[in-house]
Design a protein around this ligand. Structure first.
Ligand SMILES: NC(=O)c1ccc[n+]([C@@H]2O[C@H](COP(=O)([O-])OP(=O)(O)OC[C@H]3O[C@@H](n4cnc5c(N)ncnc54)[C@H](OP(=O)(O)O)[C@@H]3O)[C@@H](O)[C@H]2O)c1
Length: 343
């Protein structure tokens, strides 16, 4: 049986963690690596990953040459959060007849913000007989797919609440920066306003995915303003020191409103020094469901797992643009990848 061939599109923080995990796994072979970062282009992937050996794969910014040189079964795409930016990248992967698994947050439920691009991706994917999936730990699992799965034991549902609280100190540096750790409150507000930092992207997509699964017609989705969490004492990560009075991270909430009532509430908090870390889901209904994961699922480890575990399911899925709710029940693929998918 042939190995499952993977091309990396994006070798940043998450792409590198995924690459290192793939190198440990049986039955998988990395056949190409794409990135535009000057310090990476032209270098051996092993060097870029800092694993102390070369892999014979040069990181390239020439998308067409990488994708046509050796046909991959799947491309793992980890460049950016917004579909307007990633659309041409994803379209080029599809046009080479390669399946796509992407961590682009808007792609986790792209019909919400980009209905036209979603249609185009679906048509293109069907034409080239490949599957496109946006996934990750969140969006992709904790505040949507897991919530949807838990609703399976309910006969009636009044409301759903999901809360994720995490200590940003345990996460990769781009994430700590994205939540504003170390900034003054004024800097934080300015950077949020001019979109230099984004906060968490995906709460609205998660709400839309849950509503779609339940066939709830929401009146609207409200994303509340992103608020800073201010350090009450000195808190620090390996990379960032946050003095008392400065921003340790952020909190943000989004709500799904139906018939004038709040039926879905997602509450996301990520800051350095969070003492209690957890993922909690509460479903008010018949029967009620209360689920709490403690500590919260580690975001980076969880994202790497979600992406790699999705490989066999995506290879076997029907062609087109899919979301996590369209795939079979998610599960780990811990054995030799060839056992899950015959390539
Ligand atoms: N759904 C989830 O649960 C989840 C979880 C984790 C991450 N994410 C998302 O996944 C994405 C990647 O995260 P990250 O932390 O790895 O970010 P990162 O460290 O900034 O890595 C992105 C890499 O892609 C490169 N890149 C940017 N545009 C490109 C293009 N057009 N073609 C090729 N390469 C390009 C970047 O180069 P430059 O540095 O030169 O721009 C960088 O090397 C982010 O949007 C993040 O929010 C989602």
């Amino acid at each position: 049986m042939k190995k499952v061939k993977v091309t990396l599109y994006g070798v940043g923080a998450v792409g590198s963690l995924i690459a290192k995990f793939l190198l440990e796994k049986e039955g998988i072979e990395i056949v190409g690596a794409i990135d535009i970062a000057k310090e990476k282009v032209g270098k051996d992937l092993g060097k870029v990953l800092g694993i102390g050996k070369t892999l014979g794969i040069k990181v390239s910014n020439d998308v067409n040459s990488v994708l046509s040189k050796e046909k991959a079964d799947v491309a793992i795409h980890t460049t950016s959060s917004y579909l307007k930016e990633t659309y041409p990248q994803i379209a080029s992967i599809i046009s080479h007849g390669v399946n796509v698994i992407s961590t682009c947050e808007e792609l986790s439920y792209p019909y919400l913000t980009e209905p036209e691009l979603s249609k185009k991706l679906d048509t293109l994917a069907k034409k080239h007989e490949v599957t496109v999936l946006g996934t990750g730990v969140n969006p992709g699992f904790l505040m949507d797919t897991l919530v949807i799965t838990l609703t399976a034991v309910c006969q009636k549902i009044k409301s759903i609440k999901a809360v994720r609280v995490m200590n940003a100190a345990t996460r990769r540096l781009p994430f700590q920066k994205k939540v504003g750790a170390g900034l003054t409150v004024e800097e934080f507000r300015r950077k949020i306003e001019n979109r230099e930092i984004t906060g968490h992207v995906g709460l609205e997509q998660s709400i839309a995915m849950i509503a779609d699964a339940l066939a709830w017609k929401l009146d609207k989705i409200i994303a509340e303003p992103v608020e800073p969490v201010i350090a009450k004492k000195l808190v620090e990560s390996k990379e960032i020191k946050v003095e008392s009075g400065r921003v340790a991270g952020l909190k943000q909430r989004a709500k799904g409103i139906m018939n004038g009532k709040e039926v879905i509430l997602l509450d996301f908090q990520a800051y350095i020094g969070a003492e209690e870390e957890y993922d909690a889901i509460t479903i008010e209904g018949t029967p009620p469901v209360r689920q709490k994961i403690q500590p919260c699922v580690h975001g980076d480890l969880g994202t790497v797992a979600m992406v790699v575990n999705a490989i066999p399911k995506v290879i076997k899925a029907p062609a087109g643009l899919l979301t996590m709710k369209d795939l079979p029940v998610p599960s780990a693929a811990i054995e030799d990848m060839r056992k899950y998918v015959k390539v």
